[in-house]
Design a protein around this ligand. Sequence first.
Ligand code: FNR
Length: 360
Amino acid sequence: PLLSTLINLNDFEEVAKQYLPANAWAYYSSGADDEISKRNNRRAYQKVALRPRILKKVSSVDTTTSILGQTVSMPVYMSAVGIAKLAHPDGECALARVAGKEGLAQLLANSSSMSVEQVRVARTSEDQPLFFQLYVNKDIQKSVEMVKRAVQAGAQAIWITVDSPVVGKRESDERLNLAVTAMDSDVQGQGVAKIMASSISPGIDWGILSWIRELTDLPVVIKGIQCVEDAVLAYNHGVQGIVLSNHGGRSQDTAQSPLLTLLEIRKFAPHLVDGKMQIFIDGGIRRGTDVLKALALGATAVGLGRPFLFSMSAGYGEAGVRRMLEILRQEMEMNMVFLGATSLKELRPEMVNASRLEKD
Ligand code: FNR
């Protein structure tokens, strides 16, 4: 279909479902077990109501912000997604070019289908925000090498994913027994979940933070915080950021939605939202209003995973991703006008009513 006929992010998902090879669709779309966390990630946003303000004189809105010291045009970043080449041959390099043109940050996955060196070359400018996502390998030396390569290639922060000490049971993916080669793996043709499980170390603890700090001075983000207790621990360890995430519902099924984790933080550890540490959130964000709700409740920026893969598929490549972002941007801007907010700073907790979600 013509890109102009796709008018929301769900449309892209429908097209991807139709046009992606069955194994790619299964790998991208699947959640763990009964996919309850995956569904609840979306529902959490739908349960939060907005409280629009009127007569606020909003003639223009500004969506720029700063992520780990890097300026971005929107509070939305490309989250780490494995093996983007299944969606389009240009894979992660296409995403890098879009990020450059749109002024967005890209978090490159450890399990990407293109190397950090290739992505570096694909960038449209030297100072384009590029972060590297690390899975700590059972063979720690492999991770040391990976971090060194990422730093060498100009990554401006290291995000360590901690929500997958084992890989979730993604049944539709398992059934298709997807055969691909992940970048960081010696194992081929065993299905993505198994490839991952064979290399990610379940044996790490908070000591991983001193390990990473010996390797680099770059900002460190912990991705996959799922309760206020761990958010407080991360804060006390002095990390520059955390991502509230249940891995898009792909790790432990029935793990609570990241938006609920954000509410827990507001309630039990409000000092964490003081700006010393940036709080990111991902999972199920598909609408401009979802982005604004997360920001109103204290998030700095939000990550999207699947929409970047879906919008690249069906042969759309870069153009599809840019269309998807255009839609998201327009939705955000018009809803800022409804809320009476001219800049992201003006998004306040009073703009949402989260009482229905709090009862969950
Ligand atoms: C992911 N995600 C992920 N996260 C990570 O830290 N490293 C990775 O390699 C991957 N790989 C990956 C592959 C695919 C196909 C998906 C869908 C997701 C998780 C991702 O970064 C993010 O947390 C979720 O995708 C956010 O949820 P939504 O936006 O997909 O609902």
